[in-house]
Design a protein around this ligand. Structure first.
Ligand code: PEP
Length: 251
């Protein structure tokens, strides 16, 4: 049985003062962490504040990125160890916005995943096809290529720290959520691919999240699909009421 997981990705939004008010709302629902993982990925600047507020609540923190080296002279970058120091147990990697706007290749994503694994972080590894790729019938091919390159040379112990997020690029930030059937098809494909490459245990234990314009109205029907284990929520996570509605729609 895979434990459900809901992740809020704030992207480049919210100030420390916003974070303080937001987390107060979420803490009222923190008893739900008995039943699912609730993870928040704020901007780096809000991490330490949230770490202190969520202490002993069961809510978990994620970084939105790490640098591609363990440490050193890389001005402006944040290391995996720094994320842990700031209270993170998770990191998002391979997000389409990083791929698109920061030229992150599959090879860079693979390097970051390897570093994050070795530093003991749980990884939410994002994959997804563009609209053109979907319309050309290339969805599975694109997903498989991203998975194969992103997870190259990782061993089963490292892979046990992994969750995969299927985030169709055409659904992110567009308001067009994938239908439950569209998402389920790709999740099933990801699980079958995982079984072929890494075996039944990996396929059955690895959580596969859906992300892309998830709203309180769409969350339940997505989570009702047998291969959707969690949700990665961008815009709707910025309003604490909507994020809590998404969490509560599962019950
Ligand atoms: C995301 O960026 O991971 C995401 C899912 O965003 P949104 O929910 O806004 O589409």
């Amino acid at each position: 049985m895979r434990r459900p997981i809901i992740v809020g990705n704030w992207k480049m939004n919210m100030l420390i003062s916003d974070a303080d008010e937001w987390i107060a709302g979420l803490l009222k629902n923190s008893y739900l962490t008995e039943a699912l993982d609730i993870v928040v990925a704020p901007a780096f600047t809000s991490l330490a504040v949230l770490r202190d507020r969520i202490e002993k609540s069961g809510i978990k923190l994620a970084g939105q990125n790490i640098g591609q080296e363990i440490g050193g002279s890389l001005t402006g970058e944040i290391s995996a160890t720094m994320l842990k120091d700031a209270g993170c147990s998770y990191v998002l990697l391979g997000h389409s916005e990083r791929r698109q706007y920061f030229a992150e290749t599959d090879e860079i994503v693979n390097k970051k995943i390897s570093i994050a694994c070795n530093q003991g972080l749980n990884i939410i590894f994002c994959v997804g096809e563009s609209l053109v790729e979907r319309n050309n019938g290339r969805t599975n091919e694109i997903i498989e290529a991203q998975l194969s390159s992103g997870l190259a040379n990782l061993n089963l112990i490292q892979l046990s720290q992994l969750a995969i997020a299927y985030e169709p690029v055409w659904a992110i930030g567009t308001g067009h959520t994938a239908t439950p059937d569209q998402a389920q098809d790709v999740h099933l494909y990801i699980r079958a691919w995982g079984k072929k490459l890494f075996g039944t245990n990996f396929a059955e234990s690895t959580r596969v999240l859906y992300g892309g314009s998830v709203k309180p109205e769409t969350s339940k029907s997505l989570m009702n699909q047998s291969d959707i284990d969690g949700l990665l929520v961008g815009k709707a996570s910025l309003k604490i009421r909507e994020f809590c509605d998404i969490i509560n729609s599962l019950f």
